[in-house]
Write a protein that binds this ligand. Sequence first.
Ligand SMILES: Cc1ncc(COP(=O)(O)O)c(C=O)c1O
Length: 402
Amino acid sequence: MTETAIKALCKQHATPFYVLEEDKVKERVAFLRSHLPKDVALCYAVKANTFLIPALMTQVERLEICSPGELAICRRVGAPMAQYVVSGVHKEAGVIEDLVKEGVETGTPAGLYTVESKTQLALLQQAAEKYHTVLPVLLRLTSGNQFGLDESDVEAIVAERKNRPSLSIRGIQYFSGTQKTSLKRLKRELDRLDDFLERLKDTYGYEAEELEFGPGLPVTYFAGDTFEEEPFLQGFSELLENLRFSGAITLELGRSMAASCGQYVTKVVDVKQNRGESYAIVDGGMHQIVYFGQSLAMKQPGIHLYSEHEAEGDHKWNICGSLCTANDMLVKQMPLPNLHVGDVLAFQKTGAYCLTEGIALFLSRDIPKVLWVPSNGPVTILRHAIQTEAMNTPMIKEEKGE
Ligand SMILES: Cc1ncc(COP(=O)(O)O)c(C=O)c1O
């Protein structure tokens, strides 16, 4: 967006707000596709930013959903059930049952379910049997934490698959973390998965139809980051192409798809010098913006300054939010010209996780508005600012009915 466009938004809408651009997110998916093997499918992990679901559901094959709330959002915006990968470490029995029942009754079942434990296996089996259907499932293999199933459990489930005709085991899901910049690490993971899939074939005669893999593709957020994306994606593509596994591959992605389309726009509300340090206080804060890898505000994310004043001077600014904690420091020692009250700071690449990971209720400040810049047509509001003080207010006697 141009300076003029951001300034125009600031005239119409109170800061802080997020602004998301349709063109940018679609271009980003096209970029990823053009740098990945042709036959690889894409799954958007909606936890990264649920406001992008309507734009992305036409750009990707699948949507990964990890909670009843995410499920409700996908349904409300009309995302097709066939795209859903119903995932998550805690699957509520009632939600799963209702979904299976509805799929049978309407003939539009959810695309896939993941199995993260033996409890979930039993839950899905029961639901499938109750409604006389077969559920397509992926077995999530653990990467060594609370998620997914141990290798030995996956093997046992595969070995006994004929005893569970109501579950059709399509393959394996695997995700081990985000912001992975090491091709060596990805190679290690993919080699291990490849060996495991071979073992399932050799030992149990089970040939997985598909692998759903979350590579945790990285986003460069900070000044001085030296990561080069194109050679990295080329190297990653070669790893995928060299797998012995010949089934379908889907890549589950959140950050890498969503980050670049968003900006977080906040205004300077105060400036001061304390003990020789320059501080700018903004009307947003750390409850609304999360940069993965930002350590104690030492790293410098991309920030665009929009001011009515001539750029002069060259200070090192500590940019602080509105919360009553010394931790609410967004950036330390950011080189910027003189800042003034009313200046606008647009934090770049905030389309992934910022809207969903902030500690929104701290200090009972409002949750920001979300604006949408469509490819064609005027800017629209995707969410009004939400007051949070009601959520932090104890019920009074009358409300409790006492
Ligand atoms: C299972 C799963 N898949 C995919 C993702 C998306 O990861 P990223 O945003 O690093 O692409 C996540 C993120 O937590 C996840 O838990």
